[in-house]
Design a binder for this molecule. Structure first.
Ligand code: GZL
Length: 332
C-alpha cells in the first residue's frame, strides 16, 4: 500500500512540475526558434524618446521590423547621447547583425564607428537626420527630411503674413544643437531674416526638442521681452512647453494672441493645437520611416543598390485653413 502511495505522489509531483515549467514560459519548454537563421537581424540605434515625433518614428520602425515579417529587431534608445549610439553600434557589430540603422543624434563624429561597421561588412542605413562624413561610402543609404526646405516653407508663410519692412520681434527656440533638424530649420529662418530687413531675432536658445526644456527656456525669455511678435519653434514639443510658460504669465499667443507661433513636426497634438488656433503654422516632418528603411533593406537583400538619398514628401498646416478631417486622415 505504502509503495503505491509513494508512486502516486511522485507522479503528481512530476505532472505539477511539468505544468509549472510550461506556465512559466521557461525557454527550454517553449517552441524551438522557427528558422531563426532565416530572420534578417536589424540593429537600430534610435536617438531617444524626447518628443512625440520620435515616439511615432520608433513606433513605425517597431511595427515594420517584426518577427512575423521576418525580422529580428535589436532596438537601442540612446537617450539623446552620441556615446550611447556608438556603444550600441559596436554591440550590433559584435552580434554580427545583418544591417545597422542609425538615427543620428548629431551630424559630426561618426566616421570611426562607421568604418568599424564597414570593415565588419555590415551595411549601414542612416534615417531621419543626416551625418557629416569624409567618406560617403561608409554608409549605403539615407532616408529623411529636407530640414532646410522645411525652414523655407515656414519663411514663405511668414512673408505672406508679415510685411518685409514690418518691425518683427522674433524669438527662436532651437532643437538639439548640431542635429540636422536644428541646423536646417535655423538656416531657413536665418535666410528669411536676412531677406526681410524689419525682422529681428532678439533671442535664440535651445530647448533640445523637449517640452520641459522648451518651457524652461521660454519662461526665462518672457521675463526679458515684454513684446514678442513671433515664436519660431523647431518642434511641437518645445512649442507645447512655450505655451505652458506663456499661460503661466498671461501672455497670449496663436491666431487671436500677441505671439504668432510657427512650429515643426505636425504631430497629432501639434495639429490639434493648430486647429484650435494656438499654433499659427505647423510644418510637417514625416516620421513614418519604417517602410522606407525596409524598402532599402529589401533592395539590398535582392542584390540591388538603393539610392543614396531619399527625401520624404512633407506639407504644412495653417490654422486659417486646417480642418478636423485633415487631422483624422493622418496615421500619427
Ligand atoms: C526631425 C527629427 C526631430 C523632430 C523632433 O526629423 O529629427 O527630432 O523634429 C525630434 O521632434 O526630437
Amino acid at each position: 500500500m505504502k509503495k503505491i502511495t509513494v508512486i502516486v505522489v511522485v507522479c503528481l509531483l512530476f505532472i505539477a512540475g511539468a505544468l509549472y515549467m510550461r506556465m512559466s514560459g521557461n525557454p527550454s519548454q517553449s517552441v524551438p526558434d522557427q528558422s531563426a537563421s532565416d530572420m534578417i537581424v536589424v540593429g537600430f540605434s534610435q536617438v531617444g524618446a524626447e518628443s512625440d515625433w520620435r515616439m511615432a518614428n520608433t513606433k513605425s520602425m517597431r511595427e515594420t521590423f517584426t518577427e512575423a515579417r521576418g525580422y529580428k529587431l535589436l532596438f537601442r534608445d540612446a537617450q539623446q547621447k552620441q556615446s550611447n549610439q556608438i556603444e550600441a553600434i559596436r554591440e550590433f557589430i559584435s552580434q554580427k547583425v545583418n544591417y545597422i540603422i542609425l538615427a543620428p543624434v548629431m551630424e559630426e563624429g561618426w566616421d570611426p564607428v562607421l568604418k568599424e561597421a564597414k570593415d565588419a561588412g555590415i551595411p549601414f542605413v542612416i534615417v531621419d537626420r543626416m551625418i557629416k562624413t569624409s567618406d560617403e561610402s561608409l554608409y549605403t543609404s539615407w532616408v529623411g527630411s529636407d530640414f532646410r526646405k522645411e525652414g523655407g516653407t515656414a519663411m514663405t508663410w511668414m512673408e505672406k503674413n508679415f510685411a518685409s519692412d514690418k518691425d518683427l520681434v522674433i524669438v527662436h527656440l532651437q532643437g538639439s544643437r548640431g542635429s540636422s533638424a536644428q541646423i536646417g530649420r535655423t538656416e531657413g529662418l536665418q535666410a528669411g531674416v536676412s531677406k526681410n530687413l524689419g525682422w529681428k531675432i532678439v533671442v535664440r536658445d535651445s530647448g533640445d526638442f523637449t517640452q520641459v526644456k522648451g518651457k524652461e527656456v521660454m519662461a526665462r525669455i518672457l521675463k526679458q521681452y515684454d513684446k514678442i511678435d513671433v515664436l519660431y519653434c523647431e518642434n511641437d514639443n518645445m512649442a507645447f512647453g512655450a505655451m505652458e510658460a506663456m499661460d503661466e504669465v498671461g501672455r497670449t499667443y496663436g491666431v487671436k494672441g500677441e505671439v504668432t507661433i510657427i512650429s515643426f513636426d505636425a504631430t497629432h497634438k501639434g495639429l490639434e493645437e493648430t486647429l484650435a488656433g494656438k499654433i499659427n503654422y505647423n510644418v510637417e516632418c514625416n516620421p513614418l520611416h519604417g517602410p522606407r528603411v525596409e524598402q532599402i533593406i529589401q533592395l539590398m537583400e535582392n542584390g540591388n543598390t538603393p539610392s543614396k538619398f531619399a527625401y520624404v514628401d512633407e506639407k504644412a498646416f495653417d490654422a486659417a485653413s486646417i480642418t478636423k478631417e485633415d487631422i483624422d486622415a493622418r496615421s500619427y
